[in-house]
Design a binder for this molecule. Sequence first.
Ligand SMILES: Cc1ncc(COP(=O)(O)O)c(C=O)c1O
Length: 355
Amino acid sequence: METHGADIYTASKLSGIDKFSIIDFSSNINPLGITVAVKQAAMNGIEGSFRYPDIESRELRESISSYESVPTGWIFTSNGAAEAIYRIVMHLKPKKGLVTAPAFGEYESALKASGSAISRYTLREEHNFKIGEDMLDIIREDTDIVFVCNPNNPTGQLTRMDMVEKILDRCSKMGAVTVIDECFLDFVRDKEKYSTVKLLQKYENLIVLKAFTKIYAIPGIRLGYCLCSDSGMVEGLKSSGPPWNVSTVAQVAGAAALRETEYVKRTVAYVEKQREYLVGELQNLNIKTYESHANYILFRTKEINLKDEMLKRGILIRSCANYEGLSREYFRIAVKTEGENRLFIETLKEVTEII
Ligand SMILES: Cc1ncc(COP(=O)(O)O)c(C=O)c1O
């Protein structure tokens, strides 16, 4: 069973379709693609790649510092956001971690890899997969770390700031670290209302996780970062894994990406419009969709062979069968370009008629 989206390599082997001809709806990457400036910066990075990268990612951290309005000492840069998740767990060695379910699987994988016990808070379909106050009751004295994904992957649901603050307060009281994964927040309209970056000063136990990979469409370059006002934590993250974890190419591409503010604004509007189109069309086909504020949509259908049938026609979607709390009836698709989205709907209509 698949563990992640984006695996066009296995999909190509299974379907016999060339990997780059497969239309990948299974990974949630900015449909507007990598910008000219970021690509150029990455090429310049290759020119300088005969040298070791700056072990401290100094220029990139300066850029992140101005972009996020936080001191450089609060920033740890990583080889994709996924690496930061593992480093956090490696450094803290939590005895017990709390995750929500369904959510991004790497929180659990990292906890398992470090031998931590795991408890789960189930996000209920009947509550639109929203976090409720009852989550607070399971943050107890033996909880060392809590992961919250906002907006959540794979549901696209947001957690409001008042609820996040309650979680942070409860975690502070119980001596737990809270990781808020905001890797998809850049796709959300009014993201400032939800971002916890402004709470970093108040909560030393808060780590905010961000990715360049999704919003700037550079998953192949691998770049993420996390923010924390506890300098001991940032130092701990550095020593929790090998040095030079962020390549020269990633460092310069990242610094260039942070200047792409117009592109991000355009992305939010584009994704919103295309998401509306996809949700409308799915609903016309009597497929149950769930409220999403991100660049992907979770839906439910009895057509459990949907992934295979779509792949035969060159479209890869994400089966959510391996998500804790979901089943073979759930699928996730990315919001892609207008043309790709239309093709997806046409293909879906064809497939649902025959299965
Ligand atoms: C919620 C969430 N956080 C983090 C990551 C890791 O992203 P990256 O590719 O930057 O390692 C992903 C990847 O899918 C994700 O969905």
